[in-house]
Design a protein around this ligand. Structure first.
Ligand code: PLP
Length: 411
């Protein structure tokens, strides 16, 4: 299975059982992607940290841990869920960004290794934990990604410390007797060619030579998936082979032959394992444009409005429909949020859609549910897992109106 594609019968059955809209995940595909990523380099000193920001469902984290991946956290909330999923402090790397002293202290007290991404945060770390182990995130000048908003390397990003500041980094490390356990980077999210990642890896290896005795070098995530049918899959075999070569060359010149190479995939592990199901409630035409009205507003899936992202859509016909023609139509699939930008899929050529049909949105396992919101006071949807035996299981309850009212004092 390359992509999880829910069948029509199953989709109608699940919506009848759990309600709409609904996120549905395939355990089988999550496990497959974990294994592929672990096999990127076949050597002991290679480690995969799942970047939990892509999907933090507790049950999904348990599967990923069971597959032997380690994990990244980016907030105390992620840390807490990861601990609940069974991850030990030594299996977690906290990849931080502009932390308050309280948040940094929280991570330090948990005994979790932390990566800082500015000189001032390194200074703060030194004050809070003199003599401790720390990781520093560098920007080697190369960025990549599907959108400027997720390009996290190069000259136009708030992230990391540029290589020119290495002397200042060394000064702060010395001042607080800090031990630099590793260096990391993340050039951006969603690359499908291997070149930018490899080029940035070589630069980070070069930079690592400035710091003898590191335990690891962490190259970050960004491994893409083909959202559009015309996109080619990322060639993990080629990437693995070239990465292995670059790593070998680096190790030959480095003082720690056991140094661990780490990567931080998020999307690659979970994206294709998720489908989002919603119902069609209205069909209409406005000035020559056909609109398919669903319950899949951008409160449920934000990627299209945030990044202009493309998601493949499947139309699952209501078994009661009398429509038997093979007619196709050009339509906009829209949600139920009160904004004109609430468009899930624009100008799509699809089989005729009627009220009562189901729309299944593909590749939503990453940056799907985690970005959902209560905008318009709508409820976040439920999540269901199709387990390895093919059984469905609720792994997150749908929100309730009580949840909406919970935070008003005095109610
Ligand atoms: C520091 C860091 N590591 C890893 C990731 C995971 O990226 P992706 O889901 O594209 O693999 C991100 C996401 O932006 C990130 O910011």
């Amino acid at each position: 299975m390359e992509k999880f594609r829910i069948s029509k019968e199953r989709a109608f059955e699940l919506l009848a059982k759990y309600g709409s809209p609904l996120y549905v995940y395939s355990e089988e595909l999550i496990r497959k992607r974990c294994r592929e990523m672990k096999g990127l380099l076949s050597r002991e000193n290679f480690r995969v940290n799942y970047s939990a920001k892509a999907n933090t469902n507790l049950e999904i984290l348990k599967i990923i841990r069971d597959e032997g991946l380690y994990i990244d956290a980016m907030s105390p909330g992620e840390l807490i869920i990861e601990e609940k999923a069974g991850f030990k402090p030594e299996e977690i790397l906290y990849v931080s960004n502009n932390l308050s002293p309280e948040e940094m202290q929280f991570v330090i007290e948990k005994g979790i290794l932390l990566s800082v991404d500015s000189l001032s945060q390194l200074e703060l770390y030194g004050q809070l934990n003199p003599g401790g182990r720390v990781v520093v995130r560098f920007n080697t000048g190369i960025g990549a990604g599907h959108h400027q908003k997720v390009n996290t390397g190069g000259k136009k990003t708030k992230f990391a410390i540029q290589a020119e500041f290495i002397p200042q980094v060394k000064e702060i490390l010395a001042k607080y007797r800090l031990r630099l356990a590793g260096i990391n980077q993340h050039i951006g999210s969603l690359f499908l060619g291997v070149e930018s990642y490899l080029a940035s890896a070589r630069r980070l290896f070069q930079l690592a030579k400035e710091f003898p005795g590191l335990d690891f070098v962490d190259l970050g995530g960004g491994f893409g998936i083909p959202y559009h049918p015309e996109e080619k899959r990322l060639d993990l075999v080629q990437l693995g082979q070239e990465l292995e070569k670059a790593f070998e060359e680096f190790l030959a010149e480095y003082d720690n032959p056991d140094l661990i190479l780490m990567v931080e995939p998020g999307r690659y592990i979970v994206a294709e394992a998720g489908n989002l199901l919603g119902k069609v409630y209205s069909v209409k035409e406005n000035y020559g444009v056909k609109y398919i009205g669903t319950d899949l507003g951008f409160n449920v899936l934000m990627r299209p409005i945030l990044y202009d992202s493309y998601h493949e859509v499947q139309v699952l016909k209501n078994p009661a429909s009398k429509e038997t023609s093979n007619k196709r139509e050009r339509v906009n699939i829209v949600g139920n949020i009160c904004e004109s930008g609430d468009i899930l899929a624009e100008n799509r050529d699809l089989p005729l859609i009627e009220e009562g049909d189901i729309v299944a949105v593909m590749d939503v396992g990453a940056y799907g549910f985690v970005m959902s919101s209560n905008y318009n006071c709508r409820l976040r949807p439920a999540e269901v897992l199709i387990d390895a035996g093919g059984q469905d299981r609720l792994i997150r309850k749908r929100e309730s109106y009580e949840d909406l009212l919970r935070h008003f004092p005095g109610l």
